[in-house]
Design a protein around this ligand. Structure first.
Ligand SMILES: NC(=O)C1=CN([C@@H]2O[C@H](COP(=O)(O)OP(=O)(O)OC[C@H]3O[C@@H](n4cnc5c(N)ncnc54)[C@H](O)[C@@H]3O)[C@@H](O)[C@H]2O)C=CC1
Ligand SMILES: O=C(O)[C@@H]1CCC=N1
Length: 267
């Protein structure tokens, strides 16, 4: 893996997070990673960290073993058509574009390529992503390379491609939903007496502890909730009021709204 050359077409939010995550986990040196962007000056800070940067997608793609495409979904076709004539047929393609099927990507390339779709979340920058991956036209060795890559920067799973929209919502959008929970809890914490910094610190560590309880003990959330809810106590009163106000329902409806937007081709 160490000698593999990686190109990231589209050095925006996710492209940069992936580059940093890969380097932090010491899988590949920054000198083996090239990021592209049209407004190259916006990658100046990345260049200072030892990455290669260029505005020339073909130059970046030409000698890449693994090529990430991290542009917005509507930009993907143009990028693929641009690099298709120079790309080696064994190059591993990893598309991060939401909602674009592997068969469409293959059509844009006009040749058979190993195509992966990956849905990390932004915690990839600190090695804590939940990344779901689908594989198309790929052999077992290529699948292992891609899974190993994402396992260095969090947890990773290969899933059937028909579940990629669901994975996008639960994991990639999901980090934003969880952050909004923390933000709301912080605002509540301020109302009941904490300064904003302390409220945020307490809310964030509480959510981390809750997640770790489930991950490390393999328990169900309700089992852990039962341990907190004293009969006639304060927790159950608060929880029930949240449910009367539609807490779980709001979350589920939000997930479905995001999902339907992808499925209706509006990503
Ligand atoms: N932000 C997130 O948490 C996640 C985003 N995604 C997906 O990843 C993709 C990228 O999302 P973001 O990083 O948030 O977008 P972004 O807009 O921050 O990054 C896209 C980058 O591509 C560059 N770009 C556009 N056209 C280009 C071209 N012709 N040549 C070179 N660079 C070009 C843009 O300048 C921009 O820097 C999207 O398809 C999104 O659906 C997937 C999972 C999570
Ligand atoms: O909001 C979006 O459309 C992208 C997809 C998943 C996370 N960000």
């Amino acid at each position: 893996m160490k000698n593999k050359k990686i190109a990231i077409i589209g050095g925006g939010n996710l492209g940069q997070a992936i580059a940093k995550g890969i380097v932090n986990s010491k899988i590949v040196a920054p000198s083996n990673i090239t990021l592209t962007r049209r407004r190259l000056h916006l990658l100046e800070h990345i260049k200072k960290e030892g990455f290669n940067v260029t505005a020339d997608n073909k130059e970046a793609a030409a000698d890449a073993h693994i090529l990430f495409i991290a542009v917005k979904p509507f930009q993907l076709q143009q990028i693929v058509e641009e690099i298709a004539p120079i790309i080696a047929s064994g190059t591993i393609i990893i598309s991060l574009a939401t909602g674009i099927a592997s068969t469409s990507i293959e059509n844009y390339f006009q040749k058979s390529m190993p195509i992966f779709r990956a849905m990390p979340n932004t915690a990839i920058a600190i090695g804590e992503s939940m990344t779901c991956v689908s594989a198309y036209n790929a052999n077992e060795e290529q699948k292992k390379i891609v899974l190993t890559l994402f396992e260095q920067v969090g947890k990773a799973l290969i899933i059937p491609e028909e579940l990629m929209s669901s994975a996008t919502v639960l994991a990639a959008c999901g980090i934003a939903y969880a952050l909004r929970f923390i933000r709301a809890a912080t605002q509540g914490g301020i109302e009941i007496g904490f300064g904003s910094e302390l409220a945020l610190q307490i809310a964030a560590q509480t959510v981390k502890g809750a997640a770790d309880l489930l991950i490390k003990s393999s328990t169900h959330p309700e089992e852990e909730i039962d341990k907190v809810t004293t009969p006639r106590g304060v927790t159950i009163s608060g929880l029930n009021e949240m449910e009367h106000q539609g807490f779980s329902s709001a979350l589920i409806k939000g997930l479905l709204t995001s999902y339907n937007k992808i499925e209706n081709g509006k990503a």
